[in-house]
Design a protein around this ligand. Structure first.
Ligand code: NAD
Length: 349
């Protein structure tokens, strides 16, 4: 079992616990806390059995544990679902001494984190990430949200007390979820860990998942420890997201695929602006992971207006995360010519 800490000043904000089989042990999932009497567990339809196993192990410690199953995927991330959760928590008598655990992919941990941050003005919250995307990204870093007429528009920053990643669960993921999550995992390598890039380059999707996850988690934990509320350096995590979000928004392709395309575009912009020399190897690695390197057919004007709406725009024009080399990101304003070249590199325009 490996532990990584997210710190806030001198304090530990979140303890991340990773290992094979950790979800079956209440002691690995729950922080020590005298006085806890109830644990409320949110699950997805796909993680209900994992949640049941966990609940049994919690009950064996003398605490009560009840399960509430959320709608799958984005359907969970609504204010109506949050309200159902609050009413259910009322009905089981939760108090501020008790703990909320969300077991699932990023949709479940975003919603569970939101409910945990707001119910009774905040209860101890534990996120058990069961997808690769959740483990390396969504569950790490304390951003919670629901969708209100646009993705993630209402939410709060709130550190979960613990994040639990059972690598044996991740080993069993269907290929499509593994491929999608690998986009955010390899992104962590591109921005901060050349050894992770080397690991994926050597093994592709056969790279040992425990090592991939540990490395990507360490990258995100370090960035979040430095800049929790995204005042500055946390922005490097948006590598590939300026173009990626626009493509995701306009075409509806999965987030990981869109980020992959966005990283190819950012690689092209990097080679123009910084002289980044690994544009081609980066693109080849993304393709070797089974991720797309060109956008589906989209209207270039729609992509450009989606990019301008992106919150990363500021007074200097569009800002992008670029690489000088693997592990050396910069955040910089980019001119329209560079943006057009980046889009052309992924077949847009
Ligand atoms: N808070 C953040 O910082 C942050 C960062 C990135 C993404 N996100 C959010 O994360 C969400 C995407 O995450 P996701 O891809 O994990 O989505 P998801 O939670 O919708 O999961 C995708 C699918 O995998 C299923 N699933 C979960 N665990 C499984 C398992 N062990 N085996 C088989 N199937 C399983 C789910 O039921 C779902 O059908 C989006 O809502 C996105 O906005 C949040």
């Amino acid at each position: 079992v490996e532990r990584v800490l997210i710190t806030s000043g001198d304090d530990v904000a979140t303890e991340i616990v990773m290992g094979a089989g950790v979800i079956r042990s209440a002691g690995s999932v729950l922080p020590d806390r005298p006085g806890r009497r109830r644990v409320a567990v949110f699950a997805q339809p796909t993680t209900e059995n994992l949640a049941r196993g966990l609940a049994e192990s919690i009950v064996a410690t003398g605490c009560s544990a009840q399960i509430h199953v959320l709608p799958d995927r984005e359907a969970a991330k609504t204010l109506q679902v949050a309200e159902h959760c609050y009413l259910w928590l009322n009905s089981i008598g939760m108090t501020r001494a008790d703990t909320i655990v969300a077991v699932g992919g990023g949709a479940a941990t975003d919603l569970g984190g939101f409910v945990g941050a707001t119910y009774l003005r905040g209860l101890e919250t534990v996120l058990v990430a069961t997808t690769l995307l959740g483990a390396v990204d969504a569950a790490i870093g304390g951003k919670t949200a629901v969708n209100v007429g646009g993705k993630n528009l209402a939410g709060v920053f709130n550190h979960p007390a613990r994040v639990v990643i059972d690598t044996a669960v991740l080993e069993e993921l269907p290929a499509a979820l593994l491929i999608e999550g690998s986009a955010e995992a390899v992104k962590a390598g591109f921005i901060a860990d050349p050894e992770l890039v080397a690991l994926y380059t050597a093994h592709g999707q056969a790279a040992p998942i425990a090592e991939v996850v540990a490395r990507a988690v360490r990258v995100k934990a370090a960035v979040v420890s430095e800049d929790f509320t995204e005042q500055g350096s946390r922005a490097i995590l948006n590598y590939g997201h300026t173009v990626g979000h626009a493509v995701e928004h306009v075409s509806g392709i999965p987030h990981g695929h869109a980020v992959a395309i966005g990283m190819v575009a950012a690689g092209a912009a990097s080679s123009l602006v910084t002289g980044f020399g690994d544009e081609a190897p980066q693109r080849e690695l993304i393709a070797a992971l089974g991720l797309p390197i060109v956008a589906p057919p989209v209207d270039p004007a729609a992509i450009e207006s989606a990019m301008m709406l992106d919150k990363k725009r500021d007074a200097d024009g569009l800002r992008m995360v670029l690489l000088e080399a693997f592990g050396k990101p910069i955040v910089t304003a980019v001119d329209p010519t560079t943006v057009r070249a980046a889009l052309r590199a992924v077949g847009i325009g």
